[in-house]
Design a protein around this ligand. Structure first.
Ligand SMILES: NC(=O)C1=CN([C@@H]2O[C@H](COP(=O)(O)OP(=O)(O)OC[C@H]3O[C@@H](n4cnc5c(N)ncnc54)[C@H](O)[C@@H]3O)[C@@H](O)[C@H]2O)C=CC1
Ligand SMILES: O=C(O)C1=N[C@H](C(=O)O)C[C@H](O)C1
Length: 273
C-alpha cells in the first residue's frame, strides 16, 4: 500500500488528487497538509473537501516534518505555489520521503535547490509542469515538428483560468524549452514574453510566449509554426483537471520504482520520449 501525503490538500488540484487516491486499491491518504497556520488545522480533510469524514486531519506546513514522521508517508504530492514548494520539497526529501511535484513557476535558482536536495537526500521524484498524458504526447509532437520545420516562426499561446498565479504556464515554458533545444537556440536569449509598443520586426530566432487569463479555462496550449503563406498549429485543450489527476496517480505508482536520487518527468513515467 502506497502511503501518500498531499500538500495543498484543499486546493483545486490537491482536493481532486486526494479524492482520486481514495478510489485506488494500492494507495491511501495518510496526511493532508495546508498553508502555514491554516484555519483548517486539525479539521478532517474529507469534511473540508466535501466527501465526508475521512479520518485524516489537516496540518499546517509548519508541522510538515512531524506529520511525515507520524504518518509514515512513502510519498508526498505537492500542488501548491513555488515559493512554498521549495521548503516543502527540502523538508520532505530530508525526511527520506519520495516526491511527486506538479507545482509550477519555479525560478532557475529554486529548481537548482530542489534538485540538490533530492540528490543529497537520495529520494526519488517526479517533477512535471503538466501531468496530463495528452500534454506529454503534445510535447513529443512539437519536438518532431520543430525538427522538420524549425525555420518557421514559432509562437506559443497559453490560456488559463483567472485564478492562476504564475505566468506563463509551466507547460508553455516547457514547450518553449523543448523547441529551443531542438533548434539549438538559447531560450534565455530568444524567448519573447508578450509584446507591447514599437517592438520592431520579429527576428527569425525568437520564440514568442503569450498568456491569456480569464474565466474557468482549465488549460489550453497552442504552438504555432508560421511560414510564407501557411502555418501549422498544434493545440492541446484540457477539459477537466481530471486529465492532470490521472497522470498524478501514474506518477505516484512510478516514483517508488525509480532510482534513488533521480528526478523523472512525465515522459519517463509514460514512456514517451
Ligand atoms: N503539473 C500539473 O499537471 C498541474 C500543475 N498545476 C500547478 O499546481 C499548482 C497549484 O494549482 P491549484 O491547485 O490550481 O492552486 P490552488 O491555489 O487551488 O491550490 C494551492 C493550495 O496550496 C495551499 N498552500 C499554499 N502554501 C502551502 C504550503 N506551504 N503548504 C501546503 N499547502 C499550501 C493553498 O492554501 C491552496 O489550498 C500551481 O502551481 C499550478 O500551476 C495545476 C494543475 C496541473
Ligand atoms: O494553474 C493551472 O491550472 C495549471 N498549471 C499548469 C501549468 O502552469 O502549466 C498545468 C496546467 O496547464 C494547469
Amino acid at each position: 500500500m502506497i502511503k501518500v501525503a498531499v500538500t495543498g490538500a484543499c486546493g483545486r488540484m490537491g482536493s481532486k488528487i486526494l479524492k482520486k487516491i481514495l478510489e485506488q486499491d494500492d494507495m491511501e491518504v495518510v496526511a493532508a497538509i495546508e498553508s502555514p497556520n491554516t484555519p483548517f488545522q486539525s479539521k478532517d480533510v474529507g469534511e473540508i473537501i466535501g466527501i465526508g469524514e475521512l479520518g485524516v486531519e489537516v496540518n499546517g506546513a509548519e508541522k510538515l516534518a512531524e506529520t511525515l514522521k507520524t504518518s509514515k508517508a512513502d510519498v508526498l504530492v505537492d500542488f501548491t505555489i513555488a515559493d512554498a514548494a521549495v521548503g516543502t520539497i527540502k523538508t520532505t526529501s530530508k525526511e527520506g520521503v519520495n516526491l511527486v511535484v506538479g507545482t509550477t513557476g519555479f525560478s532557475d535558482q529554486q529548481l537548482k535547490e530542489i534538485k540538490e536536495s533530492i540528490h543529497k537526500n537520495q529520494v526519488s521524484a517526479v517533477i512535471a509542469p503538466n501531468m496530463a498524458v495528452g500534454v506529454n504526447v503534445f510535447f513529443k509532437i512539437i519536438k518532431d515538428v520543430a525538427a522538420l520545420i524549425g525555420d518557421y516562426d514559432v509562437e506559443i499561446i497559453e490560456a488559463h483560468h483567472r485564478h492562476k498565479k504564475d505566468s506563463p504556464s509551466g507547460t508553455a515554458v516547457r514547450a518553449a524549452e523543448i523547441i529551443a533545444e531542438e533548434l539549438n537556440r538559447n531560450l534565455d536569449e530568444v524567448g519573447v514574453y508578450g509584446r507591447k509598443g514599437i517592438v520592431g520586426e520579429r527576428t527569425d530566432e525568437e520564440i514568442g510566449i503569450h498568456a491569456v487569463r480569464g474565466g474557468d479555462i482549465v488549460g489550453d496550449h497552442t504552438v504555432l509554426f508560421a511560414g510564407e503563406g501557411e502555418r501549422i498549429e498544434i493545440v492541446h485543450r484540457a477539459h477537466s483537471r481530471q486529465s492532470f489527476v490521472s497522470g498524478v496517480i501514474k506518477a505516484l505508482r512510478y516514483v517508488g520504482t525509480a532510482q534513488k536520487g533521480s528526478i523523472s518527468d512525465m515522459g519517463d513515467v509514460l514512456g514517451i520520449k
